[in-house]
Design a protein around this ligand. Sequence first.
Ligand code: ADP
Ligand code: ASP
Ligand code: MG
Length: 456
Amino acid sequence: MIVMKFGGTSVESASAIERVAEIVKENVPCRPIVVVSAMRKTTNALLAMGRDAAEGKREAALDEMEALKNFHRREMYPVISPNDRYELNRILDEHFNELSDILKGLAALGELTPRSSDAIASFGERISSTIFAMALRARGIPGVHLDSRKLIVTDERFTQASPLYGQTFSRLAGAISSLDKHDVPVLGGFIAATENGVTSTLGRGGSDFTASIVGAAVDATEIQIWTDVDGMLTSDPSLVPDAHRVKTLSFAEASELAYFGARVLHPSTVLPAMRKGIPVRILNSRRPESPGTLIVAEPVPCSNILKCVAFKRQITVVNVHSTHMLMAHGFLHRIFEIFDRFETPVDMLATSEVSVSLTIDNPARLDAICDELRPFSQVSVENDQAIVCVVGENIRHTPGVAARVFGAIHDVNVRAISQGASLLNLSFVVAAADLPRAVRALHKEFFTELDPMVFD
Ligand code: ADP
Ligand code: ASP
Ligand code: MG
């Protein structure tokens, strides 16, 4: 069995869905399990209408919902069998009526909680997966829709929920093994439910994670992440248009890259696959003939030091100064305990004799955090920062990498620097305005000559 996950751009329109259905058809002999995201922009649109409703803009929210419904109907009509049109309309009516009830409820309450945000965001994948199974059936493939909310069980950390693996694996394995062996199961990515059956989500971009969870549950032979680029590239092509495809990565490299902003893979994706030793392959649904990027346990020999220059935008740096207490016993613990209590992960940390600098990518609860830090320190906050992270297994074997990195960007002001214990990454903070210049300079420095066994 293989898992094939198709992202938002891969199912963004009628023609994209048709292309993807053909890709599934060609892979039927491998017994695919399909995971689909919401159509592109749908999750953003859903969350925007949720916010509008909660802010009292009830009519605007309902108008946006109507537009989204029309968009889905327009793009989905051509991909299903004409005999299924009545059924398609029934499915759309059912989902959008439920959504409209939730939006009206939010407008009355005037509040959008993480739990209701997940309820709203779930509609994108609920609809796309139901219709994709119909699109497969229209091509003679026995697509069977499975509701991920009945199979993937999570904790109650709405908007960022984590799977409870024991229950999830047994439900998934049970559901898949009870199907006919010719059936092609289709699940929505990203969505799940708590033990009590309340809808939750795995966090933005979480459909990749769903694919990996499903693959691990059924011991798939491969987990395929189909997207809109040729694989993991040496940097984000939106900033570095001449980025190259990386043919092979180790699990360790892929997880560092995903964590530090290579959006093509959700950061949690690697772990379930790695635990079961299942290869992950990133592929381009617009160019299925391209071999993509293969992610496996063992690094392949490579004469380049780096595999990729990743980056994360919209980073906030929090500086905590305390002249007398800094290195005192328990001081760092006290700081981390506050970030932890407000469920705000810290990405990077740098200390000096009188201060600690931390970076976070979610400032939602920063005011409350600062209120708790101030009684024992002076706090300053810098917005509009970015993290650049260079990754490669060879960093740990090569002396002088830092000198080359900082030499290449000698004209950029570098803030905090950190080298992870894994020794396969080096990351640092720059002002957001300097990010493009820094990333392009590093890319030029490290990828002008390429090992043809690893890049093309
Ligand atoms: P999907 O909707 O298929 O999940 P995403 O938008 O989540 O797609 O991820 C694909 C995008 O990730 C690409 O279009 C690209 O802009 C971005 N990206 C960022 N870093 C990288 C990288 N190193 N290699 C490839 N793509 C990257
Ligand atoms: N649709 C969700 C999102 O936009 C999940 C995903 O695309 O992976 O975040
Ligand atoms: Mg994605």
